[in-house]
Each structure stands twice: as structure tokens, then as C-alpha cells.
Design a protein around this ligand. Structure first.
Ligand SMILES: NC(=O)C1=CN([C@@H]2O[C@H](COP(=O)(O)OP(=O)(O)OC[C@H]3O[C@@H](n4cnc5c(N)ncnc54)[C@H](O)[C@@H]3O)[C@@H](O)[C@H]2O)C=CC1
Ligand SMILES: O=C(O)[C@H]1O[C@H](OP(=O)(O)OP(=O)(O)OC[C@H]2O[C@@H](n3ccc(=O)[nH]c3=O)[C@H](O)[C@@H]2O)[C@H](O)[C@@H](O)[C@@H]1O
Length: 464
């Protein structure tokens, strides 16, 4: 079966870039990305392609090539569903904030709404693809909703989790380690559906990297991959604290350990703590699923990854307070970086939010500079924590347009996101304009200790 029309529900960090790349690589397939968020769709359609709502290196060029040719962004969800032979569901699946499973389970209400809408609108057979990250066995629930409409439409459900990382989304999509497709491979129709999606990716991904499995393995592999990746960061962060006590250096330990080919060198960079929309929510989801099967030891094992991460964020903030003679009350502290990693404007679960909140609780005056994050986003992130009134957040935390405005007259500077430009700052100027002693905290191991100490900074870096 050859796919002619794709619809993707959800024009976010995954739906937007993924569909842009599919459209670019498959010019004969019409790809329509739909969303209920009108503002987001308007931004995707902005005449100036630099104004698309997601910042990812290389993305605007891909969108520029395909948009209007075979890539479309729309709010008309029904029309796109009706026309499509393949529908990707790429909506958000956040941690539940209410009811059973609050704070742990994935909230699947957006997924269910999509399924009900597909069931209501569809008049001919559809392949429905889970692109969102979902608890294992969600496809069963989707099938149940879709098959109970009584309108004779046949649905095949595939799981095709996305492994892209933000900041490198376009590269990851163009050249993925693997593409995972789970389907009902025991039936002819199921196999056909899997093949149809394999054919889409085969436009640019070598066949040997297209991995097909049963649906449950595919759903669970996504949660497993994120849990393993986050676990490595928590493992090295646990060692960073031990390094600080013993004179070992976490970068040296990481290199030595990573050169063992059985361990590998990636994802062993110590930091102020991992952030991002997925690691925490996916592990919490895994913990919840394990508990719901009575697997308490399994649940406890994975929960520790989150506990270690919370500890790392807290301990970095506490180190600032402790070093500044046990009080930051009324002191100006500059935070460089708010995004959860470099090369993205995404701030979800960024460690910076928690460090800022901790320091505000200690009555510090915070000034933030981030090259890509908008001021309203920073305030929204803080307000979301509900630690103090929104007015107080605005009074005590300022956002500025240059790093030097942030660092000028400050007692301490903390690097929280590893933006390349922070390496190139005129650190002598930063030092000259700070109060003395000038404290510099590197939460990303971005800066060279020797040169900073030569300038005169009191320098603290995670893990050394
Ligand atoms: N952000 C990332 O790097 C990655 C995310 N994922 C997973 O992909 C999924 C989507 O994540 P993001 O793209 O980051 O989320 P997002 O929040 O950026 O985008 C989701 C979009 O879906 C829209 N939406 C929700 N319900 C809708 C409905 N009923 N009809 C139409 N539109 C609807 C929302 O308005 C929003 O624009 C999640 O399950 C996430 O875990 C997977 C891999 C990477
Ligand atoms: O499901 C998802 O959402 C995605 O989650 C992560 O991607 P992402 O969160 O975009 O970015 P990562 O590069 O994984 O970084 C996550 C966090 O860990 C931190 N990190 C990463 C690597 C490392 O060695 N040390 C470290 O502290 C980063 O700074 C960042 O805060 C995974 O890498 C993707 O494969 C997955 O698709």
C-alpha cells in the first residue's frame, strides 16, 4: 500500500520537525500537520520562516523547502483526518496532575480525544500511528475506542516512537540510529500497515535501520530508552558529588569510564541535572506502570534516577548559598541560561527553574540571560511552581538582553545552560564589573578553571 496523504495531530516539538522532514524527503506524499492551538499553527505558517514556533538548527530550511508544496499546517483537524490514509498522533502526554496516578502516570486525555475524533470523522480505512510516548499497551485502548464506532472502518494501529533530541532534531531525523515500528505483525493487514510506514522512512533511512517489532515491545522500548539515558546522567551526577569530596575530577572519571567500549562515552556529562519534557515524565510513568503490576523493586530502582536528579539541582543551588557566606539575601545573582540544554528554546523541566526557585526562597535577587528563551516563558515557568506570587517573581527576578547586563554588579554568576556563547564571553570584563570576591559557578563544566582562576574568580564547577 502506498501512502498518499499523511495527517499529524499535534504541531509541537515532535510533530512539527518530524513531519517537515517526512515532507521534504517524500515529495509525493501530502503531509498536513494540525493542531488546536491556533497561535502555534499561525506561527508555523508565518511568511518569514525564521518565525516558526520551534527553534531547531536547520529546521527553517527544511520547512522553507516543503511548506506549501506538500507540507501544510492547519487548524482544520477534521478535514485532515478525513483525507489521510495515515494519521500520526503526536500530542502531548504530560504527567497527570489530578486524580488516580497524580504526579506519576501519563495523562492520556489528549490521546483519547484524538482517537475519538478519528473515530467520529473517518469514512475509510486508516493507519493510526502512535508517535507520542505512551505507556505500554496504550494501543489496546486506542483500538478499543476506534473499533467501537460501528461505522465499518478498519483501523491498523502502529507504534512509532520518536527518539529525536531537541537541539539536534533535524540531524537526528535525517540520520537516525534506528526507526522503530511496532505493529500487529501476526496478521496480513497488520504487516501491510507496518510495510506502508517502512516505505515512508525508506525514502531516506537505510533499511537495516528500520526495526519492526510487536506493538508492546515498541511502546516499552521508548520508555526504556529514555530511562537508560537519564540513568546514565544520574549515575555520573552521583559520582560528581563523590568527586568533589575526594579530589577526583568527574570529567576525567567520565572519560576513563566511557573509553570502555562496553560502557561508551555518550551521555556521561555531569551537569546541574537533566531537564527536558520527557526524561522525568517517562520515568515516572515507568515507575507507575511497574507499581501497578506490583513490581515494587523495579519501581524503586527507576525512581532513584529522579531522586538523584532532584538532589543534584538542589545541591548546586545550596552550594551557591553556602559559598556566598551562607546567605544570598538581597544579593544579585546572575544565571546564564534558562533552556534545559543548548540550541533549543524549550524550558520544560529545566534545572534552571529549580535553581532560581531555590535562590528566590533564599531571598536572592536574580537576573537571567538566555539567548533564545522569551521573558514571558521564564515567568510562566516560575509561576507554575506556585512558590510565591506572580508579582513577587516579577519583582525579584529580572530578564535581560545581554549577558553583561546580567553579570554587572552581581555577587555571583552561575552557568546553567551550556550555550556556546558563554564560552566566548569576555570573562575579564565580567570579572571587572562584578562585586568582589567574584564567585563563578559552572553547572555544565563549560568553562576552563585555570583561566577563570587566573582572572581572579572564585571558581566552583560541578564534579571537581
Ligand atoms: N519533545 C521531544 O523532544 C520529544 C517528545 N516526545 C513525545 O512526543 C509527544 C509530543 O511531545 P511534544 O511535541 O514535545 O509536545 P508539544 O506540547 O510541543 O506538542 C503537542 C501539541 O499537540 C497539540 N494537541 C493536543 N491535543 C490535541 C488535539 N486533540 N488535537 C490537536 N492538537 C492537539 C497541542 O496543542 C500541542 O501543540 C509526547 O508524548 C512526548 O513525550 C518524543 C520524543 C521527543
Ligand atoms: O523522548 C524525548 O523527549 C527525548 O528525550 C531525550 O532528548 P532531549 O530531552 O531533547 O535532550 P537530551 O540531549 O537527551 O538531554 C536531556 C537532558 O539531559 C542533560 N544531559 C544530557 C546528556 C549528558 O551527558 N548530561 C546531561 O546532563 C541535558 O543537558 C538535558 O537537560 C532523548 O535524548 C531523546 O532520544 C528522546 O527522544
Amino acid at each position: 500500500m502506498k501512502i498518499k496523504n499523511i495527517c499529524c495531530i499535534g504541531a509541537g516539538y515532535v510533530g512539527g520537525p518530524t513531519m517537515a522532514v517526512i515532507a521534504q524527503k517524500c515529495p509525493e506524499i501530502n503531509v498536513t500537520v494540525v493542531d488546536i492551538n491556533e497561535e502555534r499553527i499561525k506561527a508555523w505558517n508565518d511568511e518569514d520562516v525564521e518565525n516558526i514556533p520551534i527553534y531547531e538548527p536547520g529546521l527553517s530550511a527544511v520547512v522553507k523547502e516543503a511548506r506549501g508544496r506538500n507540507l501544510f499546517f492547519s487548524t482544520d483537524v477534521d478535514a485532515a483526518i478525513d483525507k489521510a490514509d495515515m494519521i500520526f498522533i503526536s500530542v502531548n502526554t504530560p504527567t497527570k496532575t489530578y486524580g488516580i496516578g497524580k504526579g506519576m502516570a501519563a495523562d492520556l486525555k489528549f490521546i483519547e480525544l484524538c482517537a475519538r475524533q478519528i473515530a467520529r470523522v473517518s469514512k475509510d480505512d486508516k493507519i493510526v500511528v502512535e508517535k507520542s510516548t505512551l505507556p505500554v499497551r496504550t494501543a489496546e485502548a486506542l483500538k478499543n475506542i476506534l473499533d467501537n464506532t460501528g461505522n465499518g472502518v478498519n483501523y491498523q494501529i502502529l507504534s512509532n516512537p520518536e527518539f529525536l533530541a531537541e537541539g539536534t532534531a533535524v540531524d537526528d531525523l535525517m540520520n537516525p540510529d534506528r526507526v522503530l515500528i511496532g505493529g500487529d505483525i501476526d496478521t496480513t493487514k497488520g504487516k501491510e500497515a507496518v510495510e506502508a510506514l517502512v516505505d515512508v522512512y525508506a525514502h531516506w533511512v537505510p533499511r537495516e535501520r528500520l526495526l519492526t517489532t510487536n506493538v508492546w515491545s515498541s511502546e516499552l522500548s521508548k520508555l526504556t530508552a529514555n530511562a537508560f539515558l537519564a540513568q546514565r546522567v544520574s549515575s555520573i551526577n552521583a559520582m560528581s558529588e563523590l568527586c568533589e569530596k575526594t579530589g577526583a575530577d568527574v570529567n576525567e572519571v567520565s572519560k576513563a569510564v566511557g573509553m570502555d567500549s562496553r560502557i561508551g562515552s555518550k551521555f556521561l556529562k555531569s551537569s546541574v541535572g537533566f531537564g527536558g519534557s520527557c526524561f522525568q515524565k517517562d520515568i515516572l510513568n515507568l515507575v507507575y506502570i511497574s507499581k501497578s503490576f506490583g513490581l515494587n523493586e523495579v519501581a524503586d530502582y527507576w525512581e532513584q534516577v529522579i531522586l538523584m536528579n532532584d538532589h543534584q539541582k538542589r545541591r548546586f543551588a545550596a552550594k551557591i548559598v553556602q559559598t556566598l557566606f551562607n546567605t544570598v539575601s538581597g544579593k544579585k545573582i546572575a544565571l546564564l541560561g534558562w533552556a534545559f540544554k543548548k540550541d533549543t528554546n524549550d524550558t520544560r523541566e529545566s534545572a534552571a527553574i529549580y535553581v532560581a526557585d531555590y535562590l528566590l526562597n533564599e531571598q536572592a535577587e536574580i537576573v537571567i540571560y538566555d539567548p533564545k528563551v522569551k521573558t514571558e516563558q521564564i515567568y510562566a515557568d516560575l509561576d507554575y511552581l506556585n512558590s510565591r506570587s506572580s508579582e513577587e517573581n516579577r519583582a525579584r527576578l529580572k530578564v535581560v538582553n545581554t549577558p553583561y547586563e546580567a553579570t554587572n554588579d552581581s555577587h555571583a554568576v552561575a552557568v546553567l545552560t551550556e550555550w556556546d556563547e558563554f564560552k566566548e564571553l569576555d570573562w575579564q570584563k565580567v570579572y571587572n564589573e562584578m562585586l568582589k570576591p567574584a564567585f563563578l559557578f559552572d553547572g555544565r563544566r563549560l568553562l576552563k578553571r585555570k583561566t577563570k582562576e587566573e582572572i581572579g574568580f572564585e571558581f566552583y564547577a560541578i564534579g571537581s
